[in-house]
Design a protein around this ligand. Structure first.
Ligand SMILES: [Fe+2]
Length: 378
């Protein structure tokens, strides 16, 4: 398959390009001298942007199902189909704080699912239960607990299926954190109530942070930088952010993007109503009944519990609030891919990389290409 008349999200690579795809990979990228007419089998990008599929490292539910409700291969299959249709070609099913048996079942179901050929699942994201009770948000605090060596040993035994673990530093020892890092699991700082002085000493152990600004101690004053201040002041840590324009003020998203160039990425934190499934008005999550209010999910007390956006919405929202389009694209594929050490997902696709591609058209529509087929237009 050839994608012709493509533009790329790069100031250096101007003009039009042809991308050649074979066996699910990009095998060529050539600059065109002129606008081409489409031959049989070509896909005409019509001078629109071609980039990699979205990578979402925090997806609680999608397409009408919730991973925590039933962390099984069946649930993963529904989430995967809905995700791919919406341009998310790699994602981390996210399990929030729960009991030990469910945690282990979810890991082994993910491990089995990832052996399927062409699986879009990039490994489970364990969001808790190793988190601060005071910043647990919608999580069920009954299940919050420190990491035991027994659980650690189970996680390490299945490390290839575990992409990410969100934790607050007081819930793990330095040795446990080092072992997770050695196994290539992305350790993410989140749901943490620690003070700046406590968290800053532990920051080197964390590759990234979970939903920056939400579920973490904020900047409380001129002498209390909190967890947020520690992250913004660091020069290495990455961070996910939820750009549904409900979880975080646009002013803070722009500020974080300026302070963390190349390190801030979008996550949806999506719940089951996301992904074109008729959006049920009320549903259960973390043993609480949630409803959709004005485009976000909350319980009856008003606690935010996740979003209903897709990664395309996330990217469009970032552009809407003033983030440069090329940076917004990177924040939805290249940077989250780097966070979980997933190669071949550059915002500017090149030879040798994965062939899961999107054509992002000026009217806001999108074509999803996977295994040399157009699998969705939306
Ligand atoms: Fe969370």
């Amino acid at each position: 398959m050839k994608i012709i008349n493509a533009t790329l999200a790069s100031d250096e690579l101007s003009g039009l390009y042809t991308l050649t795809l074979e066996n699910g990979k990009i095998t060529g990228r050539e600059r065109q001298d002129f606008y081409k007419k489409a031959a049989d089998g070509d896909v005409n990008a019509g001078e629109c942007l071609v980039t990699h599929g979205f990578v979402d490292v925090q997806v609680n539910g999608f397409g009408g199902v919730t991973f925590n409700d039933d962390p099984s291969e069946r649930t993963l299959s529904v989430m995967e189909q809905a995700a791919i249709r919406n341009g998310t070609t790699r994602f981390c099913p996210t399990l929030v704080t729960c009991d030990e048996q469910k945690l282990r079942n979810a890991i082994t179901a993910t491990e089995r699912y990832m052996t399927r050929s062409g699986s879009a699942v990039a490994g489970i994201h364990l969001e808790g239960p190793f988190i601060s009770r005071e910043k647990c948000g919608i999580h069920n605090s009954d299940y919050i607990r420190p990491l035991t060596d027994d659980t650690l040993e189970f996680i390490l035994r299945h490390h290839s299926a575990v992409a990410m673990v969100t934790a607050s530093p007081e819930m793990m020892t330095d040795r446990q954190m080092a072992e997770l890092n050695r196994a290539g699991i992305t350790l993410s700082l989140g749901h943490s109530a620690l003070a700046y002085e406590q968290v800053v000493r532990k920051l080197d152990a964390f590759r990234t942070a979970t939903h920056l600004f939400n579920g973490m101690r904020g900047i409380e004053g001129a002498r209390s930088p909190g967890v947020v201040g520690a992250i913004l002041d660091d020069h290495a840590i990455m961070a996910g952010i939820i750009p549904d324009l409900h979880h975080v003020s646009p002013a803070l998203i722009r500020t974080a993007a300026r302070l963390m160039p190349g390190r801030l990425y979008a996550v949806t934190d999506a719940l089951c109503p996301a992904g074109n499934c008729g959006k049920p008005e009320r549903f259960m999550f973390c043993d609480k009944e949630l409803h959709i209010a004005d485009g976000f999910c909350a319980d009856d007390a008003g606690t935010l519990g996740g979003s209903v956006i897709t990664m395309k919405d996330a990217m469009q929202n970032l552009v809407k609030i003033g983030i440069r389009a090329a940076d917004a694209v990177k924040m939805t594929n290249e940077i989250p891919a780097r966070c979980i050490r997933l190669g071949g997902y550059s915002a500017v696709p090149k030879e040798g990389e994965c062939g899961d591609l999107l054509i992002l058209r000026r009217d806001g529509s999108m074509t999803v290409i996977r295994n040399e087929k157009i699998i969705a237009e939306n």
